[in-house]
Design a protein around this ligand. Structure first.
Ligand SMILES: [Zn+2]
Length: 291
């Protein structure tokens, strides 16, 4: 029986011992594929069409308030995926909704062997995986369609370990984010649901057999953030429209005011922000390079 053990956190246990897996959708409320995948898995389990025989499955709607208003966070610039410092539960609560929500979710992440946080991008992107590069992670992400794996060993994204997957990693689990594509695109819900079910089968939670999909992946590492200054920033024509745009060493990627910003290596642009998500002093996009 699936039970709602906390607000928008549902759990089911198999008869036999096994792995603890957590699937999250809607850490960012406007990224609808993950929200729908969680609902779909929940209804498959409730109807008996999907049976968890081993281990523990936790399904989470990350940010219910943001999901309700179909926004990234509960208020502008609030970000649940920047709310998980490793010692979160040792800090005093900040009084903010995202901090309170992270505290509710954190214990489930701590107990998980595997955490998959389903995201989507606000500008066009092919699907990709964000996680640590290792064979253990590959055993998890190989079930999801993705040609690229992006890691951030130097915490370029936020300066410290602070995302859902990083929190899971910091507490001994395997954490990854799957970027399913463009946030408004709901065309991949069934496919991603099946990917997750295949993961359950492979990890022993659900009975059955699945063939391991083949395919090699390109590995990338985040290198730096482009920080918005008071002068403003505009990309060179044709850049900044979506993730994975390639650039070459020496190329002018854009301008801080009038000052050119030149690439010092060959790489790609990732997570370029929408104008309304830009904030002075914060990243407006990130750079990564192939490794
Ligand atoms: Zn997201």
């Amino acid at each position: 029986m699936m039970q709602e053990v906390q607000n928008a956190i549902w759990q089911v246990q198999g008869q036999q011992k096994g792995k603890t897996i957590t699937i999250i959708g809607g850490t960012h409320g406007n990224e609808r594929t993950g929200v729908e995948v969680v609902l779909k898995l929940k209804s498959l389990i409730e109807s008996g069409d999907l049976r968890i025989t081993q281990g523990t499955l936790t399904l989470i709607h990350g940010n219910p308030r943001a999901i309700e208003i179909n926004e990234r966070g509960s208020e502008p610039f609030a970000d649940l995926n920047r709310s998980y410092p490793t010692d979160l539960l040792m800090h005093e609560p900040t009084g903010e909704y995202e901090d309170a929500r992270a505290r509710v979710i954190a214990p489930f992440l701590q107990k998980s062997d595997v955490v998959v946080d389903l995201h989507a991008t606000n500008k066009p992107s092919e699907p990709f995986i964000a996680c640590v590069h290792s064979s253990y992670h590959e055993e998890v992400y190989r079930w999801f369609r993705s040609e690229k794996v992006l890691s951030d060993p130097n915490y370029v994204l936020a300066g410290e370990s602070i995302t859902t997957d990083e929190y899971a990693e910091a507490h001994g689990g395997i954490g990854l984010c799957y970027e399913t594509g463009l946030a408004s695109d709901l065309g991949r819900v069934d496919e991603v649901t099946q990917n997750v079910i295949n993961l359950f089968i492979d990890q022993g939670l659900v009975e059955g057999q699945v063939e391991i999909p083949d395919g090699s992946r390109e590995m990338y590492e985040m290198t730096e953030a482009i920080i918005l200054t008071d002068e403003g920033f505009h990309f060179t024509e044709g850049l900044g429209e979506g993730s994975w745009e390639e650039f070459k060493e020496g190329e002018i990627l854009g301008y801080h005011g009038e000052s050119p910003f030149m690439a010092l290596y060959n790489g790609v642009i990732v997570f370029p922000k929408l104008p309304e998500h830009r904030k002075v002093g914060k990243a407006l996009a990130y750079l990564a390079k192939k490794i």
